[in-house]
Design a protein around this ligand. Structure first.
Ligand code: NAG
Ligand code: NAG
Ligand code: NAG
Ligand code: NAG
Ligand code: NAG
Ligand code: NAG
Ligand code: NAG
Length: 458
């Protein structure tokens, strides 16, 4: 409406501008203009309501008449109020609620009633040199704000899944032209084969109910002037038992459905299943082809010295409303398993110690090897010498002869005795000229290798 008002304002301004141009150019245009909002005007019962109107006549010094009439299907057409110049003439029947303050043509209805719904016509007439008039229509809708809706669930005591139907009905104590909408857990609930709405949407029919329908339902009631939401309601749905299972302390479980416990150890079992209303729990022992009821209630405590070495146990659940049952079975073995488990734990610790010990020994050995290698390099050198080829010896000899490496000879010398390989070429005595040659005197039948550890020059 605000948008339209501003539109009207701008259009009225432009009309006014046009009109001014008319006056300037011709002196008078004579056109009567009436501007009203184009949208429906919404009223709230008991509150004041304005029907805003602007008009321009363009002619001065003349009689101006403003007339409001009302038409509705129920009451037909009637005059509400009229004003000539600034003199108001209210209708005797309706005048006490319809107000006009000329020269403004805006009508005030206070208080507005439901019967004020309908079409309103504003007519502006000016009579000067000649008669001019214009009229416009406005639509008014009057509503009562919706009160907080209330949802009733039927049957109130609850519905059994797969068997019963449920109906949720939304009612509002106050409100006109109310439309209803259903939310399931806050989200709009679409119609489906199991969820059917009444024509006016006031009722939701669930046929048949399922555990899935166990949600919070809300009814939203609204009309053009207000919106209100019910408190969530969760219909009572009887279901189950589902997800039946037996639990115990994890240390007793050896496989699916098999528990082992040391003799004398107390053990508990907890049976659980999802159901509404809560299940009835009963326990049975099956041993020696005999089934004996032993306990009622969700938790079974067993003193292991008082039960057979091996027995099957059964937890039975019963939902006395849905009439459905469930049962699950497990085996309890009584033996030295508890002690064995401890033994196993002990032996695993023992083997861990062995593994750690072995690893430490291995590390120490490796360290020792490297330390020995670092401080006693002889063996390594000897090994290298062993693998040196005869050509290497010759090359070494030639280098020493040709370059006379007096500086190169500086260093620490180490003599290593190496057994001579059979095919070692022998150097004749006349060629002997250096220390290398001397130590290679063939008669010795032993070859000495010289290791030169020249200090680094840089
Ligand atoms: C009437 O004129 C006023 C002032 O220019 C403006 O605010 C208002 O929206 C106008 N109303 C209509 C119905 O044109
Ligand atoms: C209405 O007012 C105009 C001037 O604005 C005047 O000329 C005219 O006589 C008045 N009419 C009546 C009926 O009072
Ligand atoms: C809903 O209705 C109650 C009365 O039933 C009213 O107090 C409340 O303000 C309404 N809420 C809204 C949002 O209109
Ligand atoms: C539930 O509604 C269906 C129809 O949708 C009907 O056939 C059935 O009899 C109803 N069940 C109960 C328990 O009323
Ligand atoms: C309904 O809503 C309440 C509060 O938000 C919540 O505690 C309850 O669990 C819900 N019920 C269901 C059936 O979702
Ligand atoms: C248990 O019943 C089976 C047959 O169902 C039979 O073969 C077996 O001997 C019975 N055992 C005892 C201990 O009664
Ligand atoms: C179902 O069992 C509950 C106890 O678990 C009891 O209170 C209730 O009365 C029983 N209902 C029927 C219909 O037997």
């Amino acid at each position: 409406m605000g948008r339209d008002v501003s539109m009207d304002s701008s259009s009225s301004k432009s009309y006014f501008f046009l009109f001014k141009i008319c006056i300037l150019a011709i002196g008078t245009c004579g056109a009567v203009r009436v501007m009203v909002p184009t949208e429906m005007i919404l009223g709230t019962v008991g509150r004041p309501l304005l029907l805003p109107v602007n008009y321009t006549t363009g002619i001065k010094d003349q009689n101006t008449q403003i007339t409001w009439t009302f038409q509705s299907q129920s009451s037909g057409s009637m005059l509400l109020v009229t004003a000539i110049n600034n003199t108001l003439t209210p209708d005797m029947e309706h005048g006490h609620r319809f107000f006009l303050s000329p020269p403004s043509a805006t009508l005030l209805i206070n208080p507005v009633q439901l019967t004020d719904d309908g079409e309103y016509t504003i007519k502006v007439t000016v009579s000067g040199v000649k008669m001019e008039s214009a009229s416009r229509q406005l639509t008014v809708q009057v509503n009562v704000p919706v009160s907080k809706p209330v949802v009733h669930s039927d049957p109130a005591w609850g519905a059994v899944e797969y068997i019963d139907n449920a109906t949720l009905t939304c009612t509002v104590s106050k409100g006109t032209k109310v439309i209803y909408q259903w939310l399931k857990d806050g989200k709009p609930l679409p119609e489906s084969s199991r969820h059917i709405f009444s024509v006016d949407n006031k009722m939701l029919f669930i046929s048949p109910v399922l555990k899935d329908d166990l949600s919070n339902y809300t009814c939203v009631a609204k009309n053009l002037i207000s919106i209100n939401e019910s408190e969530p309601i969760a219909p009572n749905i009887y279901y189950g038992p589902y997800d039946l299972m037996v639990k115990s302390e994890p240390r007793f479980k050896i496989s699916e459905g098999v528990f082992a416990v040391g003799k004398g150890e107390p053990v508990w079992f907890k049976c659980s299943a999802n159901s509404n209303p809560p299940n009835d729990y009963s326990w049975f022992q099956k041993a020696n082809n005999k089934t004996t009821p032993i306990h009622r209630g969700p938790i079974l405590n067993i003193m292991s010295e008082k039960v057979p070495e091996k027995a099957d146990y059964m937890c039975c659940v019963y939902n006395n409303v849905t009439g459905k049952r469930g049962e699950t079975q497990f085996t309890l073995i009584l033996s030295a398993t508890g002690q064995e488990r401890r033994k196993y734990k002990g032996s695993s610790i023992h083997s861990l110690v062995i593994i750690v010990g072995l690893s430490i020994t291995l590390i120490v050995c490796i360290l020792l090897y490297f330390i020995l290698k670092r401080y006693f390099p002889r063996k390594v050198i000897k090994k290298e010498v062993y693998h040196r080829s005869p050509t290497d010896y010759i090359r070494a000899h030639q280098v020493s002869v040709e370059q006379e490496p007096s500086m190169d000879d500086y260093g620490i010398y180490e003599f290593v005795a190496v057994p001579e390989p059979a095919a070692f070429p022998q150097v004749p005595p006349d060629k002997l000229s250096t220390v290398y040659d001397i130590i290679r005197v063939p008669d010795i039948r032993t070859v000495y290798d010289v290791i030169c550890q020249t200090p680094k020059t840089s």
